[in-house]
Design a protein around this ligand. Sequence first.
Ligand SMILES: [Zn+2]
Length: 149
Amino acid sequence: MKARPSAKRAPSTRPSVTLASARPASKKKPATKKAKYPDIRRDLERQRAAIIDEVGEVLTNRPDIAALPDVSDQASAEVDQNFSMRIREREQKLLKKIDEALERMDTATYGICERCGEDIPYKRLKARPVTTLCIECKTLEEQEEGARR
Ligand SMILES: [Zn+2]
């Protein structure tokens, strides 16, 4: 009896031909996904810089509460501070989203819906560049979130 080693045959992964020399010289869209949304990347980077500017301003303009002698002034300063902090939190969240979007651009996963895997239409990306969901999935998600409340 022949003991056949059950050598699992590796699925014949076809060696991907490197087309370095055979690059199509057509004027069509570039083949690399990275360069798919250069204008959106610019938008994101601009927005990112704007937020950093703004947050920096909020922080430097924060009143020094302890330096205020009047109690009512202190109270309003605290309100201001809470407000600033809320802005900061919101901006930070957005900043994080922008960073994540830029990261997705680097890994060529940008513009793909997290939920259904479809391409998110360019118009939606342009309007809301940090989105990770197509409009259908976003609607579904909002419905789910609404139902949870
Ligand atoms: Zn989707």
